[in-house]
Design a protein around this ligand. Structure first.
Ligand code: ZN
Length: 526
């Protein structure tokens, strides 16, 4: 019987970090059938890949594509980068459970999409059925669980609330969710104490799943970066569960050049038996929401996003929190490095620095930020707040994998708005261009390992992430000398140099063209 596909004469990079070799990959019935030099045999389709690297499809370890495919199933900004599986539900925020206080948080993040599910298993079923170009491995968000069960209150969960959260988490993990994410920087996740995190991490660990964390502080805002790293290591040690630091970074000038100290903490933890890893996006500029980044936790406590905007319309409220908002803006590097990326209430501000908006309005940065949020909670910015040396150091660390922290977007249609962070369109090609080809921070094989077998192992996606017989046929053909990524000036650009992408045995990108195939499924853990 002929193969469905034979990719011939490629530089084969198998995802394990091993050096490339010249060879072929054969595919049949959605799986890799054979990998090796000179495979031979007949095939329905033969692709001469002599100019290309063939490697496993990339697994984006950190994304927020929770709702995008319900809005536009053809959103291509990830698959065009070679991403064939997205880990969603990060930073404590997931699409389910959809009840109680979680409803408003979900509706604030869902770009107008209204969920049709309530429970986590129902959500996973809807995700599986929804046509989409890539596979999805969803995490369950602790902030969403907490909003559903405890609401937006600034207090520890009661014993009854904790066991309700644990039961919902268990149900979701049993249904195949990839793990639990926490967003300890965001309300309401920030109101969780160490015992709550340990108890929930233990539940995840019992299912063989991990706890990921947008840690409590990446800069100098509350407990500090180093203490926040220690906290998540503690959770892993006490719960005897795998833990994972999301988009690791040393945020803001006060925290620059602490990467060495933090990596020593992680190495000491690993030597001591704590199973800790991290992911990272390859930029010195972050993206985030103005509300989470500037408003005091005490002020956010007990308020839904709508109530936060309403409260900010009162001058007395603004006066009471102005000093802390101003300090938080300074800790991000000040108004000159903060650029509004998304503000649907006034699109003319997108792409402008906070400094420029303040000059035009003859107003203080804190007042401008609070006024923007009073008009609309949906305000995002890009912050050039990291030191490139720290970015390089975290990227070199072998347990660090690549995660875009972005979503599948589009250059047209309902997902093409705003001036998004270019990571949504270019995080993976940027690693290959800047950190491999131009600066040699990583070898090509090591970069691809961080995009394939490492996240597959971490999220227990057992039949993905390596070129090996029996694995799912998620494949990328790329021209390592030609890869180009989107820039901050023109962020909504599909990358160059990644002409073929296959998901589950079907081409989604074929000779640079989108085929219209939407073969993505739910990627269940285990
Ligand atoms: Zn995050």
């Amino acid at each position: 019987m002929p193969y469905d596909l034979l990719v011939q004469h490629a530089r084969v990079i198998d995802g394990t970090g091993n050096p490339w070799f010249r060879g072929d990959v054969a595919v049949r019935a959605g799986r890799i059938e054979a990998v090796g030099p000179h495979l031979g045999g007949d095939a329905v389709e033969v692709v001469d890949a002599s100019p290309y690297v063939v490697c496993p499809g990339f697994i984006d370890a950190h994304t927020h594509s929770d709702y995008v495919f319900f809005i536009d199933p053809t959103a291509q900004s990830k698959v065009r980068q070679g991403v064939t599986t997205e880990v969603t539900g990060n930073c404590g925020m997931s699409g389910a459970p959809y009840f109680g206080g979680a409803k408003e948080n979900i509706l604030t993040a869902s770009r107008g999409f209204v969920p049709t599910w309530e429970s986590i298993p129902e959500f996973l079923e809807a995700l599986d059925r929804q046509p989409k170009p890539v596979n999805i491995a969803p995490l369950i968000g602790h902030g969403t669980l907490r909003a559903a069960v405890v609401g937006h209150e600034d207090r520890p969960g009661t014993a009854a609330e904790l066991s309700r959260m644990a039961a919902l988490l268990s149900e979701g993990l049993q249904a195949g969710a990839a793990g639990m994410s926490t967003g300890l920087y965001f309300a309401p996740g920030a109101y969780a104490t160490l015992p709550e995190l340990v108890e929930l991490a233990r539940v995840a660990g019992r299912h063989g799943a991990l706890l990921t964390s947008h840690i409590r502080d990446e800069g100098s805002r509350s407990v500090g970066f180093v203490a926040a790293v220690h906290e998540i290591v503690q959770v892993g040690r006490r719960a005897e569960a795998p833990v994972h630091i999301s988009h690791i970074k040393a945020f803001g000038p006060d925290t620059w050049h602490t990467s060495g100290e933090v990596l020593r903490i992680l190495e000491a933890a690993r030597r001591g038996g704590v199973d800790v890893t991290c992911d990272q996006y390859p930029y010195d500029t972050t993206g985030g929401g103005l509300a989470a980044d500037t408003l005091p936790y005490g002020f956010q406590g007990g308020k839904s996003p709508t109530q936060i905007s309403q409260a900010l319309r009162l001058p007395t409220v603004q006066a009471a929190i102005r000093a802390e908002v101003a300090a938080n803006i300074q800790k991000r590097g000040g108004p000159g490095v903060l650029t509004i990326s998304t503000y649907p209430a006034d699109r003319s501000l997108e792409g402008q620095t906070l400094e420029a908006i303040c000059a035009r309005r003859r107003a203080d940065p804190a007042d401008v930020v609070m006024d923007l949020l009073a008009a609309s909670y949906e305000a995002k910015w890009n912050c050039r707040s990291l030191s490139p040396q720290d970015v390089d150091a975290f990227l070199r660390y072998p347990p660090t994998m690549i995660g875009s922290d972005g979503s599948s977007l589009s250059i047209e249609g309902p997902l093409s708005g705003g001036n998004p962070h270019p990571r949504n369109f270019g995080a993976f090609p940027r690693v290959l261009r800047e950190y491999v080809r131009e600066r040699g921070v990583l070898t090509l094989e090591e970069a691809i390992r961080k995009m394939t077998s490492l996240p597959a192992q971490r999220f227990s996606l057992r039949d993905r992430g390596r070129l090996q017989a029996g694995m799912r046929a998620d494949l990328v053909l790329l021209d390592a000398d030609a890869v180009q990524d989107a820039s901050f000036e023109r962020p909504k650009q599909y990358p160059a140099g990644i002409p073929w992408v296959m998901v589950g045995g079907q081409w989604v990108i074929r000779e640079r063209q989108f085929t219209g195939n939407l073969p993505g499924r739910l990627a269940r853990r285990g």
